[in-house]
Ligand binder design. Structure first.
Ligand SMILES: CC(C)(COP(=O)(O)OP(=O)(O)OC[C@H]1O[C@@H](n2cnc3c(N)ncnc32)[C@H](O)[C@@H]1OP(=O)(O)O)[C@@H](O)C(=O)NCCC(=O)NCCS
Length: 189
């Protein structure tokens, strides 16, 4: 994925777009009132059962990395992520991504992920990782389209016994971050 495509996504945050004749809005997670919306969407679609503590873990700390897609006032897709330090570098992680069956194939899943990645870039992330079932053709195709590559295969990663691929996307360092790193290296020399 190019920086341009990520930045383009960020401009559409909380705005409406006309797609396939219907009005699709992408809205950043706001507060606990959005929690049941996210939980309903994810619980319906994902094979892994999550407790409310898991949702709160992500949504209380990184509300800006969660987006919900709406058709008019009907929520139909969401992405939940986090970002933290990993080996002294900021790393983003996509924890959950779902799009209701009737809305799939309209690039909504891709848009949701791009919006989250845009926020991760603003936060200084240098890479993004996630796991996907090796049999999840749709998710693997989506992430491949965004530039993710297969990093490793995780044996029986899921409760259902299915293997996972760890996928990784390397993000370009922003100019400011690159200058900051160069200055730090110079002062240490
Ligand atoms: C995976 C999921 C989020 C995709 O959402 P979506 O909005 O339909 O995805 P997009 O429209 O953005 O598709 C992006 C690309 O993936 C491809 N794709 C999506 N689903 C596909 C499928 N089931 N089979 C093959 N390709 C698929 C699209 O054709 C598109 O490819 P292209 O870039 O070559 O045109 C959705 O199918 C879903 O919610 N699945 C259940 C939950 C899940 O598996 N989440 C991911 C966990 S890692």
């Amino acid at each position: 994925m190019t920086e341009e495509s990520v930045d383009g996504a960020s401009e559409r945050i909380q705005s409406s777009t006309e797609a396939s004749g219907s009005s699709i809005r992408y809205v950043q997670y706001k507060d606990e009132n959005d929690l049941p919306i996210v939980m309903d969407l994810v619980d319906k679609e994902l094979s892994e059962p999550y407790s409310i503590f898991t949702y709160r873990y992500f949504l209380h700390q990184w509300p800006h990395l969660c987006f919900i897609s709406y058709d008019e006032n009907k929520p139909f897709g969401t992405v939940v992520c986090k970002m933290d330090l990993h080996r002294e570098r900021m790393r983003g992680y996509v924890a959950m991504l779902v799009v209701d069956k009737t809305y799939r194939g309209k690039r909504v899943g891709s848009e949701l992920v791009k919006m989250a990645i845009s926020e991760m870039i603003k936060g200084g992330c240098e890479e993004v990782v996630l796991e996907a079932e090796v049999v999840n053709t749709g998710a693997l195709r989506l992430y491949q389209g965004l530039g993710f590559v297969r990093d490793k295969r995780l044996h029986r990663y899921y409760l259902n016994g299915v293997d996972a691929y760890r996928l990784k996307l390397l993000l370009p360092l922003s100019e400011a971050k690159a200058a900051e790193t160069a200055a730090a290296e110079e002062s240490q020399a």
